[in-house]
Design a binder for this molecule. Structure first.
Ligand SMILES: CC(=O)N[C@@H]([C@@H](O)[C@H](O)[C@H](O)CO)[C@@H](O)CC(=O)C(=O)O
Length: 307
């Protein structure tokens, strides 16, 4: 039986970092405090685990299961949504993780396109997604579009053609691309029970104007409190106010990008701003030089002083 159709996903969803010990092992002890931090300090009530920010492709299947289970268990009764990303290069691994997500009580699953052997057509990609979804037919299913990372540039509007007939649990897209025309066409042609979650934090306001229901991103881990204000301002029709917050975030990110913004830098920024001990990234991502992290933290405080 497909999941019920009525519940839309809205608001901010933090794409979580995977906590590691200084030695690089999964560190479950930080997950509880991490969840409390998101709720209390950022006003964020949804998480997207084992995604890009969570370095899923550098984790083993066993590690991804342990992490997903712990996030789900500790989030129960605290967070509104735990979406588990189960995409893998191997269809079999992805199906195994999808089935596991259903067993542990995840609220939804998401799948990015495999990117070693890339699907060349919307048909091939849909078939892959259908197979994965079939392992968890009762869980809401989201396609995770992140072309800059996967190199899979199949327009999402093509992927969505006839998708719910193949995947009855299909409920929307996590769209981490910059093509707002593709995004707009997806939104305009979609049934009301699908949700569109935008994933380029630097231009969320534009996606809200285009009809995004919510947002999944890495910076909501430490700047969710500002983005919540952006969303409220947008909803109340105060576009100039919303734009001011978006521009601040753009100023911060362009500064960080000049210093080489990647998951390692982002994770260190989160460590510094939250006080959590999420450890270093895993190779091939290298740790952020300490001096760079401090400069970006300083910039963060400078940019958001009056917010
Ligand atoms: C490529 C990348 O990591 N994109 C981030 C963004 O939140 C991104 O960090 C942000 O927009 C800054 O560029 C998210 O879309 C990724 C994400 O949601 C995930 O971790 O799965």
């Amino acid at each position: 039986m497909a999941p019920s159709a009525e519940k839309k996903l809205t608001g901010l969803v933090a794409a979580t970092f995977t906590p590691f010990t200084p030695q690089g092992e999964v560190n479950l002890a930080e997950i509880g405090p991490y969840i409390d931090y998101l709720i209390e300090k950022q006003g964020v009530h949804g998480i997207f685990v084992n995604g890009t920010t969570g370095e899923s492709m550098s984790l083993t299947v066993a590690e991804r299961k342990i992490l997903a289970e712990d996030w789900c268990q500790k989030a129960r009764g605290k967070l509104d949504q735990v979406i588990v990303h189960v995409g893998c290069m191997s269809l079999k691994d992805a199906k195994e993780l999808a089935g596991h997500a259903a067993q542990i009580g995840a609220d939804a699953i998401a799948v990015m396109a495999p990117f070693f052997f890339k699907p060349r057509t919307a048909d091939a990609l849909r078939s892959f997604l259908q197979e994965v979804a079939s392992a968890a037919p009762n869980l809401p299913f989201y396609y995770y579009h992140i072309p800059a990372v996967t190199g899979v540039n199949v327009p999402v509007r093509d992927v969505l053609e006839g998708v719910e007939e193949l995947i009855p649990s299909f409920r929307g897209v996590k769209f981490s691309g910059i093509d707002l025309m593709d995004f707009g066409q997806c939104v305009s042609d979609s049934p009301p029970h699908w949700s569109f979650l935008y994933g380029m934090d630097e231009q969320l306001l534009a996606a809200l104007a285009m009809g995004a229901d919510g947002a999944v991103g890495s910076t909501y881990n430490y700047a969710g409190c500002h983005f919540n204000k952006l969303i409220s301002a947008f909803k109340e029709g105060h576009v100039v106010q919303a734009r001011k917050i978006q521009f601040k975030m753009q100023e911060l990110l362009s500064y960080a990008m000049k210093l080489g913004f990647d998951v390692g830098v982002n994770k260190q920024l989160m460590n510094e701003l939250s006080g959590l001990s999420l450890g270093p990234p895993r190779l091939p991502v290298t740790p952020c030089p300490f001096a760079h992290a401090l400069l970006i933290v300083k910039k963060y405080h400078h940019v958001f002083t009056d917010s």
